[in-house]
Design a binder for this molecule. Structure first.
Ligand SMILES: Nc1nc2c(ncn2[C@@H]2O[C@H](COP(=O)(O)OP(=O)(O)OP(=O)(O)O)[C@@H](O)[C@H]2O)c(=O)[nH]1
Ligand SMILES: [Mg+2]
Length: 322
């Protein structure tokens, strides 16, 4: 690696220094120049960690569950990294601080590392960002990574697609849980967690989900897929942790799914690279502004100019540097 400070960080990370871990993650997340070299150096040390995505609507109890799951996995001998993806606030959102307080107790053990990721701080795309941060944790010896993400937007779906196992958290009294199932999350969820089981209607939500799975003919073996929990008391958490353990231990993934994932990542990295270069070039030489002006004054139209700007792709191919 060319950059000494990066090299030092990577070495310190491998020696298990927490400061290096925090710094590396920040730098990789913010795409500080040289981040690719760091990832290249780390990559051979990765591949051991399993990734669990926990998603669900705001306030469903994801953080509460994640805290309990992290504790449960530590008891089962794992080292756990937690990535909380904050969908709205840039760096120190209130909700996240709340999560952190709740998790503070956990965070003091060396076997748990908790990190928040801000959507707007993620220049390389949120899904790639979480993937990279997971790898840094992996290289640092965290063999299980829990990723908490809110909601069911495209970004979130991309994030959880990169997870090995996905749990969708639903709650009773929130008509949107079943709505979310219809919105395409069902296909990517391995497990369904009906949290706040202390609330009225929890059994009905469990039954609804079971019904939907049956209706969809979505059968993934004999393993139980629907769980009900109370994250406040811990009820149902053992069963959930065991079920997640079983799935995580049953990995690696089938070759087709693993291949699809690598394909997704590679394409994303290439696409982002092309987009970045194209943008830099079009903005840099004024062609973008010239085109904007032509469209604005109606001398031309967006379709024609998009086509002619796209022709720049050909000249990009000849370019060797980033
Ligand atoms: N009654 C009840 N309340 C719960 C349960 N689990 C979590 N809560 C409460 O629900 C609220 C939201 O919990 P969080 O764990 O922050 O939920 P979250 O899904 O992480 O929320 P966001 O990250 O803001 O989307 C908190 O006040 C929790 O104490 C549960 O099983 N039962
Ligand atoms: Mg949360």
């Amino acid at each position: 690696m060319e950059d000494e400070s990066w090299q030092k960080l990577v070495e310190e990370l491998c020696e298990g220094k927490p400061r290096a871990l925090a710094r590396l993650i920040s730098r990789v997340e913010s795409r500080t120049p040289g981040w690719q070299q760091a990832m290249k150096a780390l990559y051979p040390r990765t591949g051991k960690a399993r990734i669990i995505g926990i998603t669900g609507s705001p306030g469903a109890g994801k953080s509460s569950l994640v805290s309990r799951l992290a504790a449960g996995f530590v008891e089962r001998g794992r080292r756990v990294g937690v990535i909380a993806v904050d969908p709205s606030s840039p760096f120190s959102g209130g909700a996240l601080l709340g999560d952190r307080l709740r998790m503070r107790e956990l965070a003091t053990t060396p076997d748990v590392y908790i990190r928040s990721m801000a959507t707007r701080g993620s220049l390389g795309g949120l899904a790639q960002g979480t993937r990279d941060v997971s790898r840094v944790l992996d290289a640092a010896g965290y063999d299980l990574v829990l990723i908490e993400t809110v909601g069911v937007g495209q970004d979130e779906i991309e994030i959880v697609k990169a997870a090995d196992v996905v749990a969708l958290v639903c709650v009773p009294g929130q008509g949107d849980s079943v709505q979310a199932l219809k919105a395409g999350v069902m296909e990517i969820a391995d497990l369904f967690v009906v949290n706040k089981a202390d609330r009225e209607g929890a059994d009905q939500v469990v039954a609804d989900i079971r019904g939907m799975l049956a209706l969809a003919g979505d059968d993934r073996g004999d393993l139980e897929r629907v769980f009900s929990t109370n994250a406040l008391t811990g009820q149902g958490l053992d069963a959930l942790t065991d079920a997640l353990s079983v799935r995580v231990e049953g990995l690696p993934l089938a070759p087709d799914r693993a291949g699809e994932r690598v394909r997704d990542e590679l394409l994303t990295l290439v696409e982002r690279g092309i987009a970045r270069r194209l943008r830099a070039r079009l903005v840099g030489d004024g062609r973008l502004e010239a085109a904007v002006e032509q469209i604005r004054t109606r001398q031309s139209d967006p379709y024609t100019l998009a086509e002619s700007l796209l022709a720049d792709l050909a000249s990009l191919e000849a370019e060797s540097h980033d």
